[in-house]
Design a protein around this ligand. Structure first.
Ligand code: AMP
Ligand code: ZN
Length: 112
């Protein structure tokens, strides 16, 4: 989608600090980090949020979690949080599915 910020990052039209890329997904550091380590993992296919996951496109989600396990291992992150905001009330500001991976500080529960 040409008007989607994250599709444009995947296409290289907007610069990002890439962590990882393969044929299905792309990972890059968040521009406004909320923890000492904060990166996003996104599918290359445009999916608007978790609420648009269905039988046709769900395989990429399992793949993304494999990638999160691999990247956090490589980065030495033993404890971390994976978050996906769905809808404006939950704080979603970019409507391309993404998983925040946050680590390197104490986390509170429940989240705000
Ligand atoms: P959310 O608010 O859950 O939709 O998450 C969107 C995230 O994208 C926020 O944490 C933003 O800081 C991040 N973000 C927005 N623009 C960029 C960008 N150009 N590069 C990296 N991260 C970005
Ligand atoms: Zn997109």
């Amino acid at each position: 989608m040409s008007d989607c910020l994250f599709c444009r990052i995947i296409a290289g039209e907007i610069p990002s600090k890439k962590v990882y890329e393969d044929e299905l997904c792309f990972a890059f550091y968040d521009i406004d980090p909320q923890a000492p380590t904060h990166f996003l993992v996104i599918p290359k296919a445009h999916i608007s949020s978790v609420s648009a996951i269905d039988a046709e496109n769900s395989a990429v989600v399992g793949h993304i979690f494999e990638v999160i396990a691999k990247l956090t291992r490589e980065l030495g992150m033993e404890s971390y949080r994976v978050v996906s905001n769905i809808g404006e009330q939950a704080g979603q500001s970019v409507f391309h599915l993404h998983f925040h991976v946050l680590g390197g500080r104490d986390m509170t529960w429940p989240p705000g």
